[in-house]
Design a protein around this ligand. Structure first.
Ligand code: ZN
Ligand code: ZN
Length: 126
């Protein structure tokens, strides 16, 4: 599993309040939504946090995807869903646990052919 695979198959649900991502299984379209990550993190609420409305409007005009914490949040989300999703080494699709054959380490579509014959030819339609 490479993080790059996951980055091509997510929906960005980030808002002004924080970051969240939805990842899709490429076989059955099941979605897994990552944990919501508040931005700024709660840890930043303290004596030094800006008080009042001075900074309240700053974030709203700025797309969530361009905020500094976005990349880190995306990586954290990917790390979270790599436990749910697997990349099939044969056809390269990203699949959820239901579409993954844990015994053969292939997606369910590829797995039967492999199980039947030691080395099935890989259909390449693309
Ligand atoms: Zn699936
Ligand atoms: Zn496959």
């Amino acid at each position: 599993m490479t993080p790059d695979t996951l980055t091509r198959s997510y929906e960005d649900l980030s808002t002004d309040e924080g970051f969240q991502f939805r990842f899709h299984c490429e076989r059955c379209d099941a979605a897994h939504v990552s944990r919501f990550q508040p931005d700024p993190p709660d840890a930043m609420d303290g004596p030094l946090a800006p008080v009042g409305g001075l900074f309240a409007g700053v974030g709203s005009g700025e797309p969530a995807t361009s905020r500094p914490g976005h990349d880190g949040a995306l990586h954290a989300a990917i790390a979270e869903v790599t436990e749910e999703f697997q990349e099939c080494p044969r056809c390269g699709v990203l699949v959820c646990g239901d579409c993954w054959n844990r015994a053969l380490l292939l997606c369910q579509k590829c797995a039967p052919g492999v199980a039947a014959r030691g080395h099935a030819t890989t259909p390449r339609s693309a």
